[in-house]
Design a protein around this ligand. Structure first.
Ligand code: ASP
Length: 310
């Protein structure tokens, strides 16, 4: 009998086997396995989908390999500003944070905004103050620093093309955002997404990840979706909500809807990336139009997989 499913991603992009060492591949596999374990422990105990996606996302944020929390990318001015969001499909309550610094787990801040404020999205300094007031963990700059992301930023020095052309200038086109979607034993679903955004971003640029309906969406009636990819087209396509609309208004299945959005609608506007999704019946899918997407799925029916390439 079906009980629960958890799906996670660690970003999409030009992730090629030829660029990967065995050591690096193992590190990514282990990190994804760890996040699946953290989230499915919650689900196996009968916990809520929203708590499972938090647990899995925190695990990925804490891992320096991914562009979220620790290991976030650097903006043009050398700062690391993070975005995150969470949505509970049972209540359609949502929380989001954009351009925040020094918060150890931005997804926990998004959750606190959802559960402890009367707002959906807080930004920058105000979001930081709210976090401190609510006892969330903060860290100094050194905690977030990673050599690899710093090198990516150095490669972009002198370029004013900023975030969008990062993909062209930096050879390895990767979006290391993280996210999770889950369906729990009670038939409730939830989604969470967290990111450092895009390297060399400036002017307070915010991507799709903290935008409810673009990077994240959850509604028990339809689906829970977390996206990763080039944020601007994802915002314009209202990507996550579009999957929900295709299911609600056209009666498409989760996978059909995700395929149309990722392989047709996003492709038409150069929207490179992908998404993970579940519905309340326990269907799950991982769909992307890029070379690869760090991803994994674990369910009570014995599915347990972690994949990187196409
Ligand atoms: N979607 C994120 C953004 O545009 C990037 C990513 O998915 O890695 O900020």
């Amino acid at each position: 009998m079906f009980k629960y499913t958890l799906v996670i991603h660690g970003g999409a992009g030009t992730i090629l086997k030829t660029d990967m060492t065995d050591e690096k591949e193992l590190a990514y596999h282990t990190a994804l396995e760890d996040a699946l374990t953290k989230g499915s422990e919650v689900l196996a105990k009968g916990g809520a989908a929203v708590d499972a996606v938090r647990a899995a996302t925190v695990s990925l944020e804490d891992n320096i390999l991914f562009n979220a929390g620790r290991g976030s990318v650097f903006g043009k001015d050398g700062s690391q500003e993070m975005d995150a969001s969470i949505m509970d499909g049972k209540t359609t309550m949502a929380g989001a944070v954009s351009a925040v610094q020094h918060i150890r787990n931005p997804v926990e801040l998004a959750y606190a905004i959802m559960t402890r404020s009367q707002h959906v999205m807080l930004n920058g300094k105000g979001a930081y103050d709210f976090a401190v007031l609510n006892g969330l963990k903060t860290e100094a700059d050194e905690y977030f620093f990673s050599e690899f992301r710093h090198d990516q930023w150095i490669q972009m020095q002198g370029s004013d093309e900023a975030a969008l052309d990062h993909n062209v200038i930096v050879k390895d086109k990767k979006f290391g955002t993280v996210g999770a979607v889950a369906v729990d034993m009670h038939g409730n679903i939830a989604a969470a997404t967290s990111t450092g955004g895009m390297t060399n971003k400036q002017f307070g640029r915010v991507g799709d990840s903290p935008i409810i309906g673009a990077g994240t969406y959850a509604n028990n009636k339809t689906c829970a979706i977390s996206c990763t990819g080039h944020g601007e087209p994802f915002i314009r396509a209202v990507t996550a909500y579009d999957v929900s609309c295709l299911m609600e208004y056209k009666g498409l299945s989760l996978e059909q809807a995700m395929n149309i959005v990722v392989h047709d609608k996003l492709m038409k506007i150069d929207g490179e990336g992908g998404m993970i999704g579940v519905d309340a019946k326990g269907n799950a899918a991982m769909v992307f139009n890029s070379e690869g997407m760090y991803r994994g799925m674990r369910s009570s029916n014995g599915i347990n997989e972690v994949k990187i390439y196409k």
